[in-house]
Design a protein around this ligand. Sequence first.
Ligand SMILES: [Zn+2]
Length: 503
Amino acid sequence: MFWADKVAEEIIQSGQYKPYWVDDMFTPSGFAHVGSLRGPLVHDILYRALRDKKEEVKWTYVINDFDTIDGLPSELMQDFEKYLGVPLRIAPSPVKGYESFAEYFAKDFQKVLIGLGIEAEFLSSWDMYHEGKFNEVIKIALDNAEKIQDIYQKVSGSKKKELGWLPLQVICQQCGKLGTTRVYEWDGKTVAYKCESSMVKWAKGCGFDGRISPFDGNGKLPWKVDWPAHWKVMGVTIEGAGKDHSSAGGSRDIAKALCDEVFDYPNPYNLPYEFFLIGGKKMASSKGLGLKARDLADVLPWEIGRFLFTRTDYKKAIEFDPVGTQAIPNLFDEYQKCADAYFNKGDEDLARAFELSQIGEIKKIPQVRFSVLTQWVQMPNMENTIKKEGLETWAKYARVWVDRFAPEDEKFEIKKRIPEEAKTLTQKQKEVLSRISKELDEKWTGDEFQTRIYDLGKELGLSGKETFAAIYLSLIGKDHGPKAAWLILSLDKEFVKKRFNEL
Ligand SMILES: [Zn+2]
């Protein structure tokens, strides 16, 4: 059974997670890495699997825009350093046209998620806090500060924090920073806090001492508490996270203990999903390795971008190393295989991987292999064939692959002058080219012509390899290339005749 259907079945059979509410979240503090798409896609696929079983399901995606700016991409460091410590929703957008730092990066990521067919309702954490929805859980957390510290210590083995520690930070009324405030007293209505100059390394507080209500968006829970608090406030029953969060004593264990012992809320179903690796390394946006999520659509059609995540069980790592490899052509091949299983009632898991990768209506897909298309786009005069076969969309990606990812030996171009390499041609090879040129005016299909070329070589005592090498060496200056007959037929006849007779 397909992995998402298995998970859906397990959830339904357990009878524990009703009403079904799938949730995931994202902190809009910079451009998300392509690996960050695994979370939302795993959740979206599970959401669809549950829905396909005729279950009522809600699916929300929380933008953590109340989080603090605690680091910056290097290009923003100079202009935005003063906003370190400020909530993402308060700092200005790096680009005109957006209301805040958070909105800019959230919209950027959201565009990709919507492109990938993710059907979640997007929610703002900032808004929920400011609408007072978190007031109850803030009160519970403050009343149970001691217990929360004990849980931290018991579950993760962390050292006990200082006496009087409270699980909250408030926005400083003087400097507007959130990441620098230490809340140290709670009287049931208001909290006392100090905006500390050296509590964190990355931001400096103003020293202000104040007292304020912790409710209605004045304050925010630290994220280990904030996470299960979201579950209770919203009613989430299914939420996974990267497996690093799910390690023993990690944030997921703490969240579970807080559900049990503080919030009195049932622990949601967990999906500890594996990493998305590129070139064998875990991709981290901060290191600038690999692709950003926003770049995915330049490289793959949306459905195939979705397929890249859908086809693999969430428990298995995805390795995707597109540079200088066949990873992208192989992905298209696999996608075609799954489409074939879907349309021709083949392997059920493959069919389901295709089905769950679709966005909107299920459409037939091209039959031509992507690797063939990567050759066509390098041949002249193929535009009509590409159009006729309905391959324009895939051809666009084939061109990108050739330009950005293809190994050198997959690239070729028709040489305007006789290539240097053609000097190695033997007399017999030159003869076969001359004979081929005499048959160019006949009506050929690619397959027939390919056979004919082979036979012409054979008549002269040439092996297939020698015959085809003659063609490649004289046209593209390499001893190998795309299917020779197609290559020749794509060219101007007079050009080929001239070339094959002037060697
Ligand atoms: Zn301050």
